[in-house]
Write a protein that binds this ligand. Structure first.
Ligand code: PBG
Length: 321
């Protein structure tokens, strides 16, 4: 056997290629901010922008022209309180952004991040108890209310990222009772307490004001535990399960793919993005490293990839065609 025989020309290489990226599997995250006339580059995330609702048109049209039809919305509100009430305000930042996007392009598939950390004054993903601990069961009704308000505003899918136990069950029940049986849930199932969320927390102003998220997000050392998280979310009614971050957790993605017959999503997070984007910007790496890096997530077993590189990848795919 000569392995190089099939590498000799692009015809044989193309013939036996195993993994492809497709625009159908890419989700692009968008940050909507309060205010007017804002299109501001996010300092920690080169080429990513904060948009006020009135300027979302530019972003949505660019994505539509590139052939990206899936987005995930994050809201940056101007009002925060202990219970994150602006997260379920029917006139809140995410709710208005959804309606605006649907006006611009009704076919844009809109997924929303369901969490409280951007909306709470303390920056944690739930309701606090007397000793500043994050209360699990007390948080569930709030998460359900947030998911419901997103669905009512026109979200096509909701993605809870808080890591409370039983939130998938609670959100599913609430959506069903209110007539949103066909709104799927993409569960951030195996979400690790990772240092790679740093640039996002600057972008979304969502860093915890004290302590860390280790009592709810997963220990970075564990992989068996990720399988238990995923299997519980499937039992509770998740339609898609997610591993997050992606690149430092490719082993977890592969295990998930081999163990469960359900679509697997992976979140190529802000830290993973900014490191590579900056390396390409200063000429340290060739830009083909971007394709290679996102492709590795697909090869590891992810069916769906949430990535700030979606536009870069779409441009590469459009060139090839
Ligand atoms: C909200 C949330 C976070 C991210 C997605 N949803 C931040 C966090 O958990 O602290 C991170 C995304 C990224 O880093 O790109 N809880």
């Amino acid at each position: 056997m000569r392995m190089r025989r099939m590498r000799d020309s692009k015809f044989t290489r193309n013939m036996i290629r195993e993994t492809y990226l497709s625009k159908n599997n890419l989700i692009y995250p968008i940050f909507a901010v309060e205010g007017k006339g804002i299109r501001r580059e996010i300092p920690s995330m080169p080429d990513c922008y904060h948009y006020s609702v009135d300027r979302l048109r530019e972003e949505i049209e660019e994505l539509t022209n590139l052939g990206i039809n899936y987005i995930m919305i994050f809201g940056v509100p101007d009002y925060k309180d202990e219970i994150g009430s602006s997260a379920y305000d029917n006139n809140g930042i995410v709710q208005r952004a959804i309606k605006e996007i649907k006006k611009i392009n009704p076919h844009m598939y809109v997924i929303t991040d369901v969490c409280m950390c951007e909306y709470t004054s303390h920056g944690h993903c739930g309701i606090l108890g007397h000793n500043n601990e994050v209360l699990n069961d007390e948080t569930l009704p709030y998460l359900s209310k947030i998911a419901l308000s997103h669905a009512a505003a026109g979200a096509d899918m909701v993605a809870p990222s808080d890591m409370m136990d039983f939130r998938i069950e609670s959100i599913r029940k609430c959506l069903d009772e209110n007539g949103y049986t066909n709104v799927p849930i993409m569960a951030y199932s195996a979400k690790y307490a990772s240092a790679f969320y740093g640039p996002f927390r600057d972008a979304a102003d969502s860093a915890p004001k004290f302590g860390d998220r280790k009592s709810y997000q997963m220990d970075i050392s564990n992989s068996d535990e990720a399988m238990r998280e995923i299997s519980l979310d499937i039992q509770e009614g998740a339609d898609i399960v997610m591993v997050k971050p992606a690149l430092s957790y490719l082993d977890v993605i592969r295990r998930a793919k081999d163990n469960f017959n359900i679509p697997i999503a992976a979140y190529n997070v802000s830290g993973e993005y900014s490191m590579l984007k900056n390396a390409v910007k200063i000429g340290l790496l060739n830009k083909s490293a971007i394709y290679e890096s996102v492709l590795s997530i697909k090869r590891a077993g992810a069916d769906i990839i949430i990535t700030y590189f979606a536009k870069d990848i779409a441009k590469i795919l459009n060139e090839v065609q």
